[in-house]
Design a protein around this ligand. Sequence first.
Ligand SMILES: Cc1cc2nc3c(=O)[nH]c(=O)nc-3n(C[C@H](O)[C@H](O)[C@H](O)COP(=O)(O)OP(=O)(O)OC[C@H]3O[C@@H](n4cnc5c(N)ncnc54)[C@H](O)[C@@H]3O)c2cc1C
Length: 472
Amino acid sequence: MVPREKLVADMEKMFGQGKVLKSELERYTYTYDSSFASQSNEYYPDVVVCLNSTAEVSQLMKYAWENEVPVTPRGAGSGQTGGSVAINGGIVLDLSGWKDIVEVDDANMQVVVRPGIIHAELNQELAKYGLFFPPDPGSSVFCTIGGMVSNNASGLRAVKYGATFQYVLGLEVVLPNGEIIRTGGLKSKALKSVSGLDLTRLYCGSEGTLGVITEIRLKLLPKPQSRGIMLALFEKLEDSALTVLDVFKAGIIPSGIEILDDGGIRCANMFKPDLNIPEVEAAIFFEINGTKPAVEEEGRQVLAIAQKRAKSVEWATDAERMAKLWQGRAVIGAASARLVPGKTRIFAGEDVCFPISRVPEALRRIKELSKQFNIPVVIYGHIGDGNMHTAPIMDPLIEDEVERTHKLAEAIHNLALELNGSTTGEHGVGFARAPYMEAEHGKALDVMWAIKKAIDPKGIMNPGKIWALGRE
Ligand SMILES: Cc1cc2nc3c(=O)[nH]c(=O)nc-3n(C[C@H](O)[C@H](O)[C@H](O)COP(=O)(O)OP(=O)(O)OC[C@H]3O[C@@H](n4cnc5c(N)ncnc54)[C@H](O)[C@@H]3O)c2cc1C
């Protein structure tokens, strides 16, 4: 490994002082993302380099390859598993300033972007063409498209539109040795291709462990004309999950199905008292989108289905009322910390995914685990695809609480595996979930590792992510 002073001097010589961050304070801001795992440690990078051209990224990777320096790509750093944190030192490659929209090809419903563009800003631009990129993470206003591809992010509309990989047609990637490849065909604008191994799919969700993504071609969809929002309140948690299943069985796929449990409802009310949502066991928010007549018809059907089990249901299509109904879901990320005054909400064990049929059981078991470890948990999230956000509320300064929270997060991850689910529905592995990969994948993890070693034999790309440090 190159000594830090020399590494910094080499980076400044190659890219100029303006692109290199080296002070302790500057580097400190790169020691964490949104995960509790990163916030409980201080993994300093030796240097941070902010680049915005493929040629420069290639130059950086050639240097890193020759000198065996670890490189951790980073977008907005909004990940919840420590993925963009340099746990083995070296260079953090900050791509968040590289925000170009290279081409909007509205005739083919595609867009080509650089990795640093922010999701919400991209969709704002695409709206001018009547188009949109459907995956819709809660972090839309700050996360980058490069980070979304690398984490294969999804979010509130995944139940209808799926995850990021379904929209990625091709990528430009700088390999660990600095060479540049294009996946999906050198010139292809085809919406479908079965030509060769699907490297595009391989890079989606690879979390910066196989190279640096420097350009992205995305498939787009026409922006739906119309939408409606329904809020259904349930006395029994299980009834909420059963209603979701009833809606699917009726052949309807809403564009969003989100849940707040009783704790979540309480937090939302504390955060915004005028919401005044009745304190039942569960609130479900349905969003239906499409053409105006389709939204009206499907809304009518979902209303009838929900009324069978719900204590109350409201359906709205006018903008003001929809915004009001949706507010409970919109504020929950920030509001959840209010559950216990003086404590905070952390991200740990927070995006487990269960088979839809086992969601009711999973919700009850998570509540039991919360009691067992005496750590309150607010449950909310994407119940339509079984992807639950379980938010522990705790005090990170109380050692015993930290320990119990770690145990709780571990139990929640193990519950997901026990119920035939996954330890992560959308946030990824990073280093926070690397310990569960063996149990989740068995021998398939060895095959993933063989692919990693083939592309990155020196192990310089984001070490310690997906596979824990020390694996050989
Ligand atoms: C409040 C909140 C709500 C969230 N809601 C959701 C949600 O609903 N759905 C969801 O899926 N996620 C959600 N997230 C998690 C996170 O925002 C997403 O995973 C997002 O896609 C990460 O983007 P980023 O730009 O912050 O990436 P970062 O956190 O910077 O990086 C994420 C990973 O990608 C790698 N990476 C980044 N850029 C590149 C690149 N150009 N080339 C190669 N590797 C790269 C990094 O090394 C790291 O492993 C949420 C986070 C927060 C804080």
